[in-house]
Write a protein that binds this ligand. Structure first.
Ligand code: FAD
Length: 393
């Protein structure tokens, strides 16, 4: 059977669903195809089951791309407030967790149901477990070889996401299509991902598994203030996930474990006030007892405060205020929240997401070289880019 439609969207994730409901609401006939057995699996998994669906303070500076200007137009034309209005219309309860991050009160499924409802109402035809084998140019658009048979469409939207979490349906299909139509695909790597460690550092992390502390984590020019979490494999927690997107193998990450203190001044003060207390007891004022003991014994050999010379105290302050860590690597795509790199935005229109190489072909969401920080920014990019393409596709 030969089918004909206006728009075929490949990938029923965050970007594909937004694009589908918006294009269909404009009166376009939309076919939404996903090779996975369910739509929106990452939405369901997101935000620890509560979907951090946007960030009230989203702005271009929260995104990384080889072309930092690319995201501006779409983000300005579909803002967090537009998505919040949609969430409000559906009566989905939510709250701000911190730093502008909006989460569902109940479960991520509320967001997926909202998108699926909108798609249904607008008449989107959704098919899951449906693979697309081939896409070729045809007279008035494209012809696709799919599990539904041959489909012709004037527009094709690639919304296949990145490579992270292969078990949730991630494939490199979007990148392959991009290359086939003459696009540059910038090297991809895992982002928003925990670090693995080796040797003594790994032992330390393992012993502190489950401990979380506020820190400022820096790498190169970038720095994030949030919690870090010690795990049996290495380091995780929001500040680590953030910095991982800016880290390259071999780079040193610097961790300020006492971001609220001038550490040297504080240690000198404690030395004067508690000269007979051991360092580990003093560190216990700011860290958990376990962490205080471990750091005091491993790094400094704990003794009474009065027994440290000024130079030794400065050494302790330097270590606590700027702990240098060289990660062994990252956990990779297996646990990464996002994929850095992807379809080069210099060959895509920032207004419409249309390919400059092949008219009628669009790229939206994570498959593009646009990656948000942690905190609801990646979904905001999916909504905004999906919405932009839907105005013209
Ligand atoms: P996806 O949502 O990944 O959708 C791509 C779709 O394409 C999938 O349904 C897939 O099955 C389909 N597909 C793939 N290949 C093919 C193919 N060959 N043919 C047909 N279909 C195909 N971001 C936030 O902003 N807030 C969060 O709270 C958050 N939490 C996250 C938690 C986890 C565990 C993970 C992994 C990510 C999280 N993210 C979060 C990131 C966010 O989920 C993604 O950035 C976002 O889903 C990208 O949207 P997308 O539509 O581009 O891709």
């Amino acid at each position: 059977v030969m089918r004909s439609t206006d728009v075929v969207i490949i990938g029923a994730g965050a970007a594909g669903l937004m694009c589908a409901m918006t294009a269909a609401a404009r009166g376009r006939r939309v076919l939404l195809l996903d090779s996975s057995n369910k739509p929106g699996k990452k939405i369901l998994m997101s935000g620890g089951g509560r979907c951090n669906f946007t960030n009230m303070y989203a702005e271009p500076a929260n995104f990384s791309s080889r072309n930092p200007h690319f995201c501006k137009s779409a983000l300005a034309r579909y803002t967090p407030w537009d998505f919040i209005a949609l969430v409000d219309r559906h009566g989905v309860p939510y709250h701000e967790k911190k730093l502008g991050q909006l989460f569902c009160d109940n479960r991520s499924k509320d967001i997926l149901n909202l998108l699926l409802d909108e798609c249904r109402q607008a008449g989107v035809e959704l098919h899951v477990t449906t693979a697309v084998r081939e896409i070729a140019r045809a007279d008035a658009g494209y012809v696709l070889d799919t599990d539904l048979g041959e489909v012709t469409a004037s527009s094709v939207v690639i919304a296949t996401g990145g490579l992270s979490i292969p078990t949730l349906g991630a494939t490199g299909f979007g990148y392959e299509i991009a290359r086939r139509f003459g696009h540059t695909v910038l090297p991809t790597r895992a982002g928003l991902v925990p670090f693995t460690t080796s040797g003594e550092l790994k032992e330390l992390c393992a012993e502190l598994t489950g401990t979380s502390v506020a820190a400022v984590v820096s790498c190169g020019e970038e720095s994030f203030r949030e919690n870090i979490l010690f795990t049996h494999r290495g380091l995780s927690g929001p500040a680590i996930l953030q910095i991982s997107s800016f880290w390259h193998p071999g780079d040193t990450v610097t961790i300020d474990l006492l971001p609220d203190h001038d550490v040297l001044e504080w240690l000198q003060g404690r030395q004067a006030a508690r000269p007979d207390s051991e360092l580990k007891t003093v560190l216990g004022e700011v860290f958990t007892k376990k962490m205080a003991t471990l750091l005091a014994d491993r790094w400094f050999t704990s003794r009474p405060m009065k027994r440290y010379t000024p130079a030794e105290l400065r050494g302790i302050a330097d270590t606590l205020g700027a702990w240098p860590v060289v990660p062994a690597g990252t956990e990779g795509y297996r646990t990464a929240e996002v994929t850095l790199g992807g379809v080069d935005t210099r060959e895509v229109s920032s207004k419409t997401m249309e390919s400059v190489k092949s008219p009628g072909l669009y790229f939206i969401g994570e498959v593009l070289d646009v990656t948000g920080h942690l905190g609801g920014f990646n979904f905001q990019w999916a909504w905004a880019s999906g919405h932009a393409a839907a105005q013209v596709a």
